[in-house]
Design a protein around this ligand. Structure first.
Ligand code: DP6
Length: 316
């Protein structure tokens, strides 16, 4: 018996960057994301295995994190036997393109279907959150928001039911190398920044403003709020009292400069960056080719892809 689920990755425009409960993965802030059509994980779970096993992009890999997560699902859903998890990531793994979001969403969906359980997406989002916080948002197409909540029940994601809009995300892949500081570790350090309290207040206000901007399909406002939110998040890393660090490389800085330059020329372009050096540029479908051309001119070696709004989880 086997079941396959496909979940797309999402990019947070209002970031999750800190945990108030690391076991339940309860975040310190609510977050809001766009699901991307271009990047996704397809996961098949098969029963009759001897022990939990993970095969990622055709290669058997370390199963520790998957096994721990499957045990959480066993606790929550009732015990089930060992599973072989076969996953194909159409996302550069662990390079700050949030493959864990699509991976844990697809796995949660595939396991519950395989167990013949019909569970609404909000409940699936709570389960997937335990594997990786950002996975809670990957069940929904277009825009999703994850309410921070105060406990396991109240911390879940839902669709924003936003209007269609010609938004595009130009993804500049600075490096597909495995990142040095995991998201969880980065958050542990960031919360030690003396600016963390200010970040919480600012992020709460931006979460409200971002919802309004998304519902108004105001891509310029979405971009400017997202860029400010992302740069504030990365400033926390630099100002952490314990082991300050940065995900930025010199190429990251160069791309940020190019984005600024594009704005000065009147183009709609704003940057957001996650737990890695890659830069995602929020723009419109018509402006995206100009952004790509400008990046190509200055940094011909960059790998660039343009993504648009993607769909929610699907099952084969
Ligand atoms: C910067 O969801 O990868 O992409 O819950 O520890 O697995 P864990 O963290 P993860 O963190 C994502 C951080 C981020 C911002 C975001 O997606 O909201």
């Amino acid at each position: 018996m086997s079941t396959t689920a496909t979940a797309h990755t999402n990019i947070a425009f209002i970031k999750y960057w800190g945990k108030k409960d690391p076991i339940l993965n309860l975040p310190t802030t609510s977050s809001l994301s766009l699901t991307l059509d271009q990047f996704y994980t397809q996961t098949t779970v098969t029963t009759h295995a001897q022990a939990d096993q993970l095969i990622l992009n055709d290669i058997p890999v370390d199963t520790t994190r998957t096994h721990q997560f499957l045990n959480i699902l066993r606790e929550q859903l009732g015990n089930f036997g060992p599973l072989t998890v076969t996953s194909t990531n159409h996302v550069p793994t662990s390079a700050g393109l949030a493959s864990s979001a699509s991976a844990f969403a697809a796995l949660t969906g595939a396991v519950t279907r395989e167990l013949k359980l019909t569970i609404p997406n909000e409940a699936l989002s709570r389960l997937a959150r335990r594997g990786s916080g950002s996975a809670s948002r990957s069940f929904y197409g277009h825009f999703a928001m994850w309410h921070e909540g105060v406990d396991d029940m109240s911390s879940f994601a839902e669709s924003l039911h936003a209007p269609d809009m010609p938004i595009a995300l130009v993804v500049a892949e600075v490096s597909a190398d495995v990142k040095k500081v995991s998201s969880s570790e980065g958050m542990r350090r960031a919360v030690t920044s003396p600016n963390y309290g200010d970040w919480l207040r600012k992020s709460n206000a931006q979460f409200v403003d971002m919802q309004a901007a998304v519902m108004a399909a105001d891509i310029e406002k979405i971009g400017s709020l997202a860029e400010d939110n992302a740069l504030s998040m990365h400033a926390l890393n630099l100002t952490a009292q314990q082991q300050p660090f940065t995900y930025f490389t010199s190429e990251t800085q160069q791309i940020l400069k190019i984005v600024q330059g594009l704005r000065q020329q009147g183009f709609l372009a704003f940057a957001t960056i996650d737990a890695g050096p890659n830069v995602k540029i929020i723009t419109t479908l018509t402006t995206a080719p100009y952004v790509v051309a400008a990046l190509h001119d200055m940094l011909p070696q960059l790998h660039i892809e343009t993504a648009t709004s993607g769909s929610g989880i699907t099952y084969d």
